[in-house]
Design a binder for this molecule. Structure first.
Ligand SMILES: *[C@@H]1O[C@H](CO)[C@@H](O)[C@H](O)[C@H]1NC(C)=O
Ligand SMILES: *[C@@H]1O[C@H](CO)[C@@H](O)[C@H](O)[C@H]1NC(C)=O
Ligand SMILES: *[C@@H]1O[C@H](CO)[C@@H](O)[C@H](O)[C@H]1NC(C)=O
Ligand SMILES: *[C@@H]1O[C@H](CO)[C@@H](O)[C@H](O)[C@H]1NC(C)=O
Ligand SMILES: *[C@@H]1O[C@H](CO)[C@@H](O)[C@H](O)[C@H]1NC(C)=O
Ligand SMILES: *[C@@H]1O[C@H](CO)[C@@H](O)[C@H](O)[C@H]1NC(C)=O
Ligand SMILES: *[C@@H]1O[C@H](CO)[C@@H](O)[C@H](O)[C@H]1NC(C)=O
Ligand SMILES: *[C@@H]1O[C@H](CO)[C@@H](O)[C@H](O)[C@H]1NC(C)=O
Length: 394
């Protein structure tokens, strides 16, 4: 019996190491590659050397460690895949910080991003570390092309958990052409008046889950743009900021495609908009199968908005617009800081169809009633306060 056990053990050990699965997941610490972490020295080269080893590791899983109690100053940096391990962990314990002034950024090329992860499958970023985009000098300068801080491009099975993101020159996190994204327990912070500092922007991506996170910025907390589908958002505290938005879609006559977006259990506090869909005149395509449910608004300027005329100007739209259909707002409650609780502003020719509002209860923050404006929207309104005139009561 004992002999059989030993033989079995040897067999298991040999075969597992033969297939390279039993060997422990190797750890690569940026400090071992010469990263100083003093907040001043450029640590980009050390990070890239460590990345090369992580990405080229022969094990199933490899880990990059960014140690705690240190601040790593990085120039614009690209972490490029594909990588050999099927899972790459990044333990972000310390801080990463962008160059201090606008003129001290050294661009790699015309693709102006700060930290970019491209073409990687199974990337897991975990930890209590912080990513600081040093946005102040950018907000105050009048350059037009401020860089976003963290971009994930063509990543699959991506997970981001526990991190803090502050003061991006532009949007904090951009999810671009990714499939399978799980973001949880993160905190994004930028001042209320910082320009274009969106929290999370999603474009061209599918199967994205964002949950239990707090986003306080100067622009949209989350924006969902064209080419996105199967996007679930829940447990978000947003504010200050501009709310959770789909769009803007269809700018410059673009064809938009957004569907299956579900936003649930979110609180918008002191934001400009609440839950909004905005499309430009003259665009085409669709935004459809969208639900917003269990939403609490606190002193939000415009809590419920569908705007198919996102530009104020009547331009050469040729009567086209992005089609908006199958949109449900359910259990949206709280207060507005303006009189406009609900705005459904749809196009005369294309209109918005299958719009369902149910259990809407929005008062002014002083307790007065709010008002709904509604043009060219078709659907039903069940238990709505304010009453939405162009929808059928049901
Ligand atoms: C992996 O190693 C190969 C061969 O040494 C090298 O050409 C390649 O650039 C490495 N990959 C990364 C991501 O560094
Ligand atoms: C902003 O731009 C204007 C004109 O383009 C220029 O005169 C001004 O000095 C700029 N301000 C800053 C802070 O760069
Ligand atoms: C994502 O992960 C799951 C399980 O962890 C795996 O089955 C799937 O193949 C992965 N997909 C990609 C695109 O890596
Ligand atoms: C996020 O991090 C926390 C704390 O380290 C951990 O308990 C949790 O399992 C992680 N969640 C995900 C989805 O990775
Ligand atoms: C939600 O996120 C916070 C940190 O932002 C964390 O402390 C808390 O444990 C998370 N809750 C759940 C249920 O994961
Ligand atoms: C996304 O939300 C929809 C609607 O609430 C739900 O049916 C679906 O299961 C959710 N998907 C995931 C992956 O949580
Ligand atoms: C709503 O989200 C908060 C924050 O993530 C969470 O603590 C709470 O359990 C969620 N409630 C429901 C009903 O999902
Ligand atoms: C809204 O924000 C204010 C001030 O930031 C805070 O005092 C209040 O508790 C928040 N309300 C909710 C419901 O989160």
């Amino acid at each position: 019996m004992k002999g059989v056990f030993v033989v079995l053990l040897v067999f298991v050990t040999v075969s597992r190491s033969f297939f390279g699965r039993a060997s422990p997941s190797p750890c690569f610490n940026v400090a071992s590659y010469g990263a100083r972490g003093n907040g001043k020295t450029d640590d980009s080269e050390a990070f890239l050397k460590a990345w090369k080893d992580v990405c080229n590791a022969t094990q199933e899983t490899a880990t990059l460690v960014i140690p705690k109690l240190k601040t790593f100053m990085l120039q614009p940096i690209l972490f490029q895949g594909p990588c050999k391990p099927s899972t790459i962990n990044i333990e972000l314990q310390g801080s990463m910080i962008a160059p201090k002034s606008v003129n001290s950024w050294k661009w790699r090329n015309s693709d102006r991003k700060w930290v970019q992860f491209s073409n990687i499958n199974g990337l897991v970023i975990n930890g209590e570390g912080q990513i600081d985009g040093q946005g102040h000098p950018w907000w105050n300068s009048n350059v037009s092309n401020r860089p976003p801080v963290l971009q994930f491009h063509s990543c699959g099975n991506l997970s981001l958990n526990g991190t803090t993101h502050i003061n991006s020159p532009k949007n904090h996190i951009s999810i671009d052409m990714c499939n399978g994204v799980h973001i949880s327990n993160i905190h994004i912070i930028a001042p209320m008046h910082s320009p274009n500092t969106d929290g999370i922007d999603i474009a061209g991506s599918s199967n994205v889950l964002i949950k239990n996170s707090t986003i306080e910025t100067g622009d949209d907390c989350i924006a969902i743009n064209s080419g996105s589908s199967l996007i679930n958002i829940s447990g978000i505290f947003c504010g200050p900021g501009h709310g959770i938005s789909i769009g803007s879609l269809g700018q410059n006559g673009d064809e938009a495609r957004v569907e299956e977006v579900h936003v649930r259990n979110c609180t918008l506090n002191g934001t400009l908009n609440g839950v909004r869909i905005k499309t430009w005149m003259g665009g085409s395509g669709y935004a459809r199968k969208i639900t917003f449910e269990d939403i609490v608004v606190v002193g939000v300027n415009q809590p419920v908005v569908i705007n198919q005329h996102y530009t104020g100007i009547e331009e050469k739209s040729g009567g086209e617009a992005v089609k908006i259909s199958d949109v449900t707002y359910s259990n949206v409650k709280g207060t507005a800081s303006s009189v406009e609780g609900v705005i459904l502003n749809c196009d005369a020719k294309v209109g918005c169809t299958h719009i369902v509002l149910e259990d809407i209860h929005i008062t002014r923050d002083d307790g007065d009633k709010t008002h709904a404006s509604c043009t060219n929207s078709h659907g039903i309104c069940k238990h709505c306060d304010p009453i939405v005139p162009c929808l059928l009561p049901s």
